[in-house]
Write a protein that binds this ligand. Structure first.
Ligand code: ADP
Ligand code: MG
Length: 253
């Protein structure tokens, strides 16, 4: 399925009396990677959950979220939450293929998809961990399983909330490559605290800031992702992004 554009219009959210964000307008262009940065507690995860249709209807939510192909957005999404949501009673391989089971994939297809999961787990450095349970894994390993599970979903829209935050620098770098390759031509919305990560992977970068929060467009990059750290755009935009982030953090403090 071709990845659609997502239109977010006049999105507002309040938890009780606290207005988290107001009148946010954002376009996630078809097949592009959009990253969102901003201070902790500003409302990034809430916006992402709202796009997924996962905000409790008792909260005050306003605005419309539509897909360019007119299909329901929530049915086209693979979502990787900030917490890994692994099921403790399933092994790494079983967690990675959970979505296939839930969708009732015919047993004939299950073997090839299971092979694909093993291949991805291998690429994520988990080849010796496929039979382990979540409690036997480090935080970084759990996060990699959750990433593989998300990549296995093969949905046209992928929303990820700080998917690499628990990883060491080298593993993070490798998995950024893997994600960029596997998510090419999908519509991606990605939350990160890491400016370099955003610059390596994104087509468009926004910062969420202020009370109630709004979005500020920071940069659009044109060279092909994943970008090397020596890429001209990555180098040139690094200082600007740091400056904008520290300004946003100053407002939030
Ligand atoms: P971020 O992802 O940018 O750190 P969140 O979207 O998680 O921010 O949270 C934004 C604000 O809303 C924070 O003040 C947080 O405490 C509050 N919040 C988040 N989820 C809920 C919830 N389910 N109920 C009430 N308040 C919430
Ligand atoms: Mg968050």
């Amino acid at each position: 399925m071709t990845a659609p554009t997502i239109h977010i219009q006049n999105a507002s959210l309040a938890y009780g009396k606290t207005q988290v964000f107001a009148n946010i307008n954002l376009v996630l262009p078809a097949g592009k990677w959009v990253s969102l940065l901003g201070p902790s507690g500003i409302g990034k995860s809430s916006l992402l959950r709202m796009i997924c249709g996962l905000i409790d209807p008792r909260e005050s939510v306003r605005g419309t979220i539509t897909a360019g192909n007119h299909l329901p957005v929530s049915q086209q999404i693979a979502y990787m939450a900030q917490t890994d949501l692994l099921l403790p009673w399933l092994t790494v391989l079983e967690n990675a293929t959970l979505g296939l089971k839930l969708r009732g994939i015919p047993s004939g297809q299950y073997n090839s998809l299971s092979d694909k999961a093993r291949d991805l787990l291998d690429k994520a450095g988990l080849h010796q961990a496929t039979h382990l349970y979540p409690r036997q894994l480090s935080g970084g390993m759990r996060q990699r399983v959750a990433l593989v599970r998300t990549l296995m979903e093969d949905k046209p829209i992928v929303l990820m909330d700080e998917p690499f935050s628990a990883l060491d620098a080298i593993t993070r770098y490798k998995l950024q490559h893997l994600a960029a390759e596997l998510l090419r031509n999908k519509t991606v919305f990605f939350i990160t605290h890491d400016p370099t990560e955003a610059l390596r992977l994104s087509d468009d970068i926004y910062i969420m800031q202020g009370f109630p929060a709004t979005l500020k467009p920071i940069a659009s990059l044109v060279s092909a992702a994943p970008r090397e750290l020596t890429n001209r755009e990555v180098i040139d935009l690094q200082a600007l992004l740091f400056q904008e982030l520290s300004q946003a953090a100053g407002e939030a403090a």
